[in-house]
Design a protein around this ligand. Structure first.
Ligand SMILES: [Zn+2]
Ligand SMILES: [Zn+2]
Ligand SMILES: [Zn+2]
Length: 120
């Protein structure tokens, strides 16, 4: 794919996100980038990719070849994951933002009105 095409696609995706629409179709967002259907497809694709990667004790993060520290991640990515989860929780506690998309969360809940209905 050429640079120009990539740029056009990126701009279109930004537009879609600004309108609260999926980056792959015109359905409303269910996650931060996709509608329900494409979110499922996207997750499936990642799962398949992770399965294809040799599972001989290597980190599951894309392109990472460090040995595992936990069931799925190397020490570096394990720390990264913990930090990002922690950062999300802190943002929620401090500003009342949705843990999923960072829009304002419903009073007393950890998620916004879109994501409160989804299993966390
Ligand atoms: Zn979609
Ligand atoms: Zn890693
Ligand atoms: Zn949300």
């Amino acid at each position: 794919m050429g640079t120009h095409k990539t740029e056009t696609l990126k701009r279109w995706q930004r537009n879609q996100l600004a309108k609260g629409l999926c980056i792959r179709c015109t359905q409303p967002l269910a996650t931060s980038r996709h509608c329900r259907r494409h979110a499922d497809q996207f997750n499936e694709k990642i799962k398949r990719k992770q399965k294809r990667r040799p599972s001989q004790g290597l980190c599951r993060r894309t392109g990472c070849k460090r040995p595992l520290a936990s069931a799925t991640l190397c020490p570096v990515h394990l720390v990264q994951l913990r930090k990002s989860v922690q950062a999300r929780r802190e943002a929620h506690r401090a500003f009342g933002l949705c843990l999923w998309c960072r829009r304002p969360a419903l009073a007393g809940r950890a998620f916004c009105e879109v994501h409160v209905r989804q299993p966390a």
